[in-house]
Design a binder for this molecule. Structure first.
Ligand code: LRY
Length: 227
């Protein structure tokens, strides 16, 4: 087992990301979010794009699970190309997260094998369904994450985390990371009770716009606006 897998076992990974146009979309700010995650007891952070990876690596000693989002017609794809994975490794990534839904430029087995062989890094396969997760695990991905469930046509659309997917993958012996819409300590506890190896939380920790929106929507003024 690689040391980074030991480091995140049973732990919280904080996803420190900000989408294009977000006021926090600036590497030095993302690095500050990663510092907060470290102070709060995170086992690792998940970070988008090489500039942010470099800034975070300079700021904290935590392992970095790195990805590079690419906008497609319907949604962001997670590191769908080899050149993006290689650039993340150069920036200091400890784990490469990849699109494992069949929409990367390489079939999952070839992509995973190339990252492991040429970059020497473990792979987190981001999936939406059990079949994709089982295939990525068979292909040798060190971690399989439920990241994309709810964001594809072939996965359940829901506001809650897909802990059924986490439970099914874990029961099949897959080293499974619960990611996507986890927002409360109860979600975290339930994810581990479902067999998760680690959990990733993003928005609920690092997006004050989303947090404000949720609270504002509960005010009389917010309720009037949303009607
Ligand atoms: C679907 C997709 O593109 N997910 C991205 C993956 O890196 C991020 O935008 C999410 O914030 C991350 O997965 C954590 O999830 P949540 O923010 O729900 O805790």
């Amino acid at each position: 087992m690689t040391p980074v897998l030991d480091a995140i076992a049973g732990g919280l990974v904080v996803s420190c990301q900000a989408p294009l146009g977000h006021p926090l979309r600036e590497p030095s700010v993302i690095a500050r979010l990663a510092e907060c995650a470290a102070l709060g007891g995170a086992a690792a952070v998940r970070v988008n794009d090489p500039d942010d990876v470099r800034a975070v690596k300079a700021a904290v000693g935590l392992p970095v699970i790195a990805l590079h989002k690419v906008r497609a017609d319907d949604r962001d794809l997670i590191t769908p190309r080899w050149d993006l994975a290689a650039a993340l490794a150069t920036a200091g990534a400890d784990v490469i997260a990849v699109e494992a839904t069949g929409r990367a430029e390489l079939p999952v087995a070839a992509f995973v094998a190339r990252i492991q062989a040429e970059l020497g890094l473990p792979v987190m396969a981001d999936v939406a369904t059990f079949e994709q997760g089982a295939a990525a695990w068979s292909a040798g991905a060190e971690l399989v994450a439920s990241t994309l469930s709810g964001y594809t046509m072939d996965s359940p659309q829901q506001t809650e985390p897909d802990l059924d997917l986490v439970a099914a993958l874990a029961a099949a012996g897959v080293r499974t990371v619960a990611e996507g819409r986890l927002a409360t300590p109860d979600h975290v506890r339930t994810a581990f009770a479902s067999g998760a190896y680690a959990v990733v939380v993003g928005t609920a920790v690092t997006d004050p716009v989303a947090l404000t929106r949720g609270l504002a929507a509960a005010t009389p003024a917010g309720l009037r606006v949303s009607r």
